[in-house]
Ligand binder design. Structure first.
Ligand code: SF4
Length: 334
């Protein structure tokens, strides 16, 4: 295997050459593992086995890119990040510093190398999706813009940074011949995704009059995050809940969607939904696009986004267009 790495083979060979069929199968197995468990098992490996994993990694990424499905991409990125945490937590402080710098985070270590000091903006950037109370900035001591956290907490923040980086790099473009060569592996993964989707609460059915295909990118991305077990920021959780209530979704259905969240609590979720739904006297409306963007909850504008200023308007226009198309089709058929 060492010779393979030294010979500088390209991903084209990995995906097409008969000699690498086992590696392709391992790449596919890793993607399946991320779908089933939301994690890639941390295995203490000898060198040849570690090198095999290393070569299977680009194959797994290519398979995920070919499938180009929000759910599997997020699930894969989450699993790679979780696995990377197991390695990061074991790094010595110098290596950790270097890795953090690669992600644009500058840290300095304390005298015992147990804690690190970082700028609070770097901290918030990755900690805002972590919901345990200890991650709240209020629960940290900030002095002159800097705060101190344990090496373990930094590793958790790095895990989040890795997740974002992997996710933002996917899908990447895959040449047609590679796509063709990987077809059997892609089909197997696609089948696993379909089976999982039919078992989960968020299917296209069961929404009543609500049309999920017309959701704006901000909301469908948030739903994909939840389904893939990725934490949502508090503001995104609020926006998603208000949006769904505003378009007439039943609180029970919304609770079902949140069930896949890493920190799901049925009681808390039901309480939050009923609070947002007016139980305390105020009924909330989904924030406008400008607020969504300020809170970092706008994933980028789809063509329709350029014409609207509110996610609810996006949805209504899309539903209107869809209805019009369907009416025209019916008229055409008669
Ligand atoms: S522009 Fe508005 S509707 Fe479109 S994704 Fe961003 S927040 Fe959502």
């Amino acid at each position: 295997m060492m010779d393979i790495i030294k010979s500088n083979i390209g991903s084209n060979d990995l995906c097409t050459h008969l000699a690498f069929a086992r590696l392709r199968s391992t790449g596919k197995d890793r993607v399946l593992e991320t779908l089933q468990d939301g994690a890639i098992k941390y295995r203490r490996r000898n060198k040849p086995a570690a090198e095999k994993e290393l070569l299977a990694y680009p194959i797994a990424r290519i398979i995920v890119s070919c499938i180009d499905n929000n759910y599997s991409t997020k699930r894969y990125a989450l699993a790679v990040a979780r696995l990377s945490y197991e390695h990061i937590i074991e790094l010595k402080i110098d290596a950790l510093k270097e890795l953090a710098a690669d992600f644009g985070i500058n840290i300095t270590a304390d005298a015992r190398n147990m804690n690190v000091v970082m700028h609070f903006t770097d901290y918030i950037k990755h900690a805002h999706v972590l919901h345990e109370p200890k991650w709240k900035l209020l629960n940290r001591t900030v002095e002159q813009g800097m705060l101190t956290i344990s090496k373990g907490d930094l590793s958790r923040l790095m895990e989040e940074a890795v997740r974002k980086k992997v996710e933002s790099g996917l899908p990447h473009e895959v040449p047609h011949d590679i796509h063709e060569a990987l077809k059997p592996y892609i089909s197997e993964v696609q089948e696993a995704i379909n089976t999982r989707a039919s078992k989960q609460g968020f299917s296209r059915d069961g929404f009543g009059e609500v049309v999920p295909d017309c959701f704006p990118p901000c909301i469908s991305t948030a739903i994909a995050d939840v389904q893939a077990n990725v934490n949502l920021s508090h503001t995104m959780r609020f926006s998603m809940t208000t949006f769904m209530l505003n378009i007439g979704m039943k609180p029970e259905k919304i609770t079902e969607i949140f069930r896949a969240s890493p920190d799901f609590s049925e009681q808390d979720t039901k309480y939050q939904i009923s609070h947002i739904n007016g139980a305390s006297g105020t009924t909330y409306t989904c924030p406008a696009c400008a607020t969504m963007a300020t809170n970092g909850n706008c994933p980028g504008k789809a063509p329709m986004c350029k014409k609207i200023e509110h996610p609810l308007v996006y949805y209504r226009r899309k539903v209107w267009i869809l209805n019009k198309k369907q009416a025209a089709q019916v008229a055409h058929e008669h």
